[in-house]
Design a protein around this ligand. Structure first.
Ligand code: MGD
Ligand code: MGD
Ligand code: SF4
Ligand code: MO
Length: 728
């Protein structure tokens, strides 16, 4: 650990900002960072980084990052002691739960939770204590359909097949732009080089996206697709593949092929062509290429997940990989065997397998998944009176005002809460509503291990780094905040007990690193296996500061399946029944779309990270990024030119934003990035405010969901665009 007096030193760690886990090399002189570069010796990322890694310095030094607990008062924000803040939080939550019921307290967990080992290991502790059904997270604006498909087909929500990028001969990617996002549910540092690798091996990369993205531009082929219609495209590809299914060794443990065949019969390429905008002969050719490639993988990400048929999309993607014999084989979609195994590790450190529809949200009846409810229901659960109404909210590493559908409504709802506490380093659009903000240290002030992303990586690797700097005593680690709250709630509820005190003391002593060590030792490369000389443990990882390579992904089925009969469920009832909805949404004789309405989609930029990195000056240089991309023909029809201010209106709200005329987006589609909209009263992000932009989620609709699972349907929100009336 670097202390202000320790002279020059070099520190190695993995960047925590996105899913790519790039190795970074940080030089520190007299307690200050002097350089951040890629770690050439990291066997996985081989020196690759993106501009955000360099921004870790400004993030660490950001004067507006909170460094002590704050209380909102009529006179503004004032510092409070940790003791007071934690006691008060626990007391308020306990009072509400004991008078209004457990569910009166809600929790929202945001994306950085998953990038934080302490949070990953201690969030479940607090949730188990609160035991509220009002548990929400960024999952339901993101990968919920992926988890649902894995739960229903493979028996565990986190048993997610990953594209074997380095060995595949054909990548069919839908709704993903890894050149901007750096890959998701596919941890692959330097994805550009890896896609080139496919091409150099003589393989092909095909991108299906309503926008000709950075990834589409380097692909061998790009197909424009109308937002929200991917399920039809996938069904049509499947229809073709089913003429000659090749399950090969998967046939011995796969259930439901006949059902799938029945369902796919009507979804011909001709049927898909009208609604998707992809010609039938193109779909046929893609299916043929996919079938004939030495190995192939179909991969879909956010664009195919956050849409009205997100569940069906993720299911169909797996079915395509299975019936072409590409699941669990080299170059196809494979399962990881991570050193810290949330799927098959010790029970106390493992994630739940999932669970679907065991309860419903109070107001709208949206289904639970894996213990949580869709966040699109959060605002109405706060605003609708009656038994079970939410009166208090804990936000943890989340900014749902900017990141969830109809964020404007949630913004209002949060102001009506009896109590809100935010565990967060910033005073932003969401946390400004809190009564108390409890700030954790900067990412460089904590140890790092990617519990989640090693499990989603295209190679089995493991990498640990200790904290680079000692956190100031005025902040508290995320895990410690969670543990302190859990302990206080326990005492308030049951009085202090020997058992409670011992468990608190033990967890405090172990901390995330202790738990990590237990998980590593109990994992597949731990003491129990022979291959590793002494087995993988925390101390072994400490001796390997660049990380260890555990090899390419290996076939692991049927052993690794968690279904009761250890068989792949190709046709789970939940999906089979949802096909009816698809059929009805796109009746066979439907006229092609294009009635003058525009369909809104989102986008990501390499220099953004959801909503929370806009206060970092070095990432905010260059042209403004929060613009409405619009096709030249659409712009012409509306009398809009480059840079003109346009008003975009949806059912739930409207924003005013400059237009970027470009044929990158297909006709009838407009695109706006998410995570902007920082000019709100009381936000303390002065750099972000200068690049405020507008919030995409002031337009997206809390009623426009994947009706199957309640995941937000961000893709294809109908909007009207008009020219803004200039101010006189
Ligand atoms: N329209 C539209 N909306 C979207 C998306 C989209 O594509 N289109 N994408 C969705 C997706 S995929 C996601 S994941 C969500 C993200 O949604 P959220 O997770 O709600 O939002 P973030 O912008 O990631 O906000 C992260 C918050 O965590 C805080 N934070 C950062 N690091 C830490 C830490 O170490 N500890 C703690 N306690 N707090 C920390 C930040 O200050 C910030 O307040 O947005 C979703 N919203
Ligand atoms: N730089 C940067 N990196 C990030 C993030 C970030 O905010 N910035 N966020 C991180 C997070 S939380 C996540 S979840 C990942 C997401 O990683 P990706 O899934 O790769 O994210 P996007 O870049 O949003 O790519 C989604 C693509 O889907 C397309 N799309 C929209 N609607 C449809 C549709 O109906 N059908 C099809 N086929 N495509 C559609 C969009 O045009 C877009 O190109 O990125 C992570 N990495
Ligand atoms: S690609 Fe992701 S992990 Fe790699 S340096 Fe950039 S933000 Fe960090
Ligand atoms: Mo995400």
């Amino acid at each position: 650990m670097a202390s202000p007096s320790s002279g020059t030193q070099t520190h190695f760690r993995a960047c925590n900002l996105c899913e790519a886990m790039c190795g970074v090399r940080i030089e520190v002189e007299n307690g200050r960072i002097t350089s951040i570069r890629g770690d050439e010796e990291d066997p996985f990322s081989r020196g690759h980084i993106c501009p955000k890694a360099v921004a870790l310095k400004e993030l660490h030094e950001d004067p507006e990052r909170l460094r002590q607990p704050m209380r909102r008062t009529a006179q503004g924000w004032v510092p409070v002691s940790w003791e007071e803040a934690l006691d008060e939080t626990a007391r308020r939550l306990h009072e509400l739960q004991s008078t209004q019921g457990r569910d009166s307290v809600a929790v929202y967990l945001g994306n950085p939770t998953v990038h934080n080992v302490g949070a990953m290991l201690f969030v479940p502790q607090l949730l188990r204590t609160l035991r509220t059904r009002n548990s929400y997270s960024a999952t339901s604006v993101d990968q919920l359909p992926h988890l649902l498909a894995s739960h229903l087909m493979f028996g565990h929500q986190l048993l997610v097949p990953i594209p074997d990028l380095d060995r595949t001969g054909y990548l069919l990617a839908l709704g993903a732009n890894p050149l901007a996002s750096n890959g998701s549910m596919m941890t692959a540092p330097d994805v550009r080089a890896r896609l080139r690798g496919i091409q150099q091996r003589g393989g092909r990369v095909v991108v299906v996206d309503p926008r000709r993205t950075e990834t589409a531009r380097i692909a061998d082929e790009h197909l424009f697709i109308r937002p929200g219609t991917d399920a039809l495209f996938l069904f049509a590809v499947l229809h073709e593949l089913l003429q000659r299914p090749r399950l090969e060794r998967l046939a011995a443990f796969t259930e439901g092929l006949e059902t799938v065949r029945e369902l796919a019969r009507e979804f011909t390429p001709e049927r898909a062509a009208g609604p998707t905008g992809v010609p039938a002969e193109t779909i046929r050719r893609i299916a043929r290429e996919f079938a004939e490639a030495p190995s192939a993988v179909c991969y879909g990400r956010v664009g195919t997940s956050t849409q009205a048929f997100g569940g069906l999309c993720q299911w169909l993607i797996h079915v395509i990989n299975v019936v072409s014999g590409n699941l669990d084989r080299e170059g196809g979609a494979m399962f990881t065997r991570p050193a810290f195994d949330l799927v098959g590790g010790p029970k106390a450190l493992s994630s739940s397998r999932g669970g679907f529809g065991r309860w419903k949200s109070r107001v709208r009846g949206l289904p639970e998944f894996a213990g949580e409810l869709p966040v699109a229901a959060l605002a109405e659960e706060i605003l609708t009176e009656g038994q079970g109404q939410i009166r208090a909210l804990v936000t943890f590493a989340g900014n749902p005002v900017l990141s969830t559908p109809n964020g404007g409504q949630l913004d209002k709802a949060l102001a009506s809460l009896d109590f809100m506490v935010s565990i967060d380093p910033y005073l932003n659009e969401t946390t400004r509503h809190a009564h108390l903000i409890l700030p954790p240290p900067s990412p460089l002030e904590r140890a790092h291990y990617d519990v989640a992303f090693h499990a989603l990586a295209i190679r089995d690797t493991a990498r640990y780094a200790p904290a680079l700097f000692e956190p100031p005593p005025s902040v508290m680690h995320d895990w410690r905040i969670l543990l302190e709250l859990k302990h206080r709630l326990g005492v308030l509820r049951h009085g202090s007990s020997v058992k409670g005190t011992l468990s608190y003391q033990a967890l405090k002593r172990l901390g995330p690193e202790g738990l990590l060590d237990v998980g590593l030792r109990a994992g597949p490369y731990g003491i129990r296996t022979r291959g590793f000389r002494k087995g993988l443990s925390l101390s072994a990882l400490k001796r390997a500061p660049h990380g260890v390579d555990l090899g390419p992904l290996k076939p692991s089925l049927p052993q690794r399946l968690f279904t009761p009969d250890k068989r792949i469920q190709l046709a789970p009832t939940v999906f089979v029944e949802d096909v009816k909805r698809l059929r009805e949404a796109f009746p066979e004789d439907a006229a092609p779309l294009g009635s003058g309405e525009l369909l809104l989609i989102g986008r990501r930029h390499l220099r953004d990270n959801n909503s929370w990195m806009h206060n970092v000056p070095m990432l905010m240089t260059g042209k403004p990024r929060c613009t409405l991309m619009m096709h030249p023909e659409d712009a012409k029809a509306l009398g809009l030119g480059e840079g003109d201010e346009a008003v975009v209106a949806s059912r739930v709200g409207q924003v005013s934003v400059p237009v970027n005329v470009t044929d990158e987006v297909m006709r009838g589609v407009v695109s706006l990035p998410h995570g902007y909209g920082h000019r709100r009263h009381g936000v303390k992000l002065s750099v972000a405010e200068k690049h405020a932009g507008v919030s995409l989620n002031d337009l997206t609709d809390d009623q426009h969901l994947d009706a199957l699972c309640g995941n937000a349907a961000f893709s294809g929100v109908p909007v009207r665009v008009t020219r803004a009336v200039p101010h006189s």
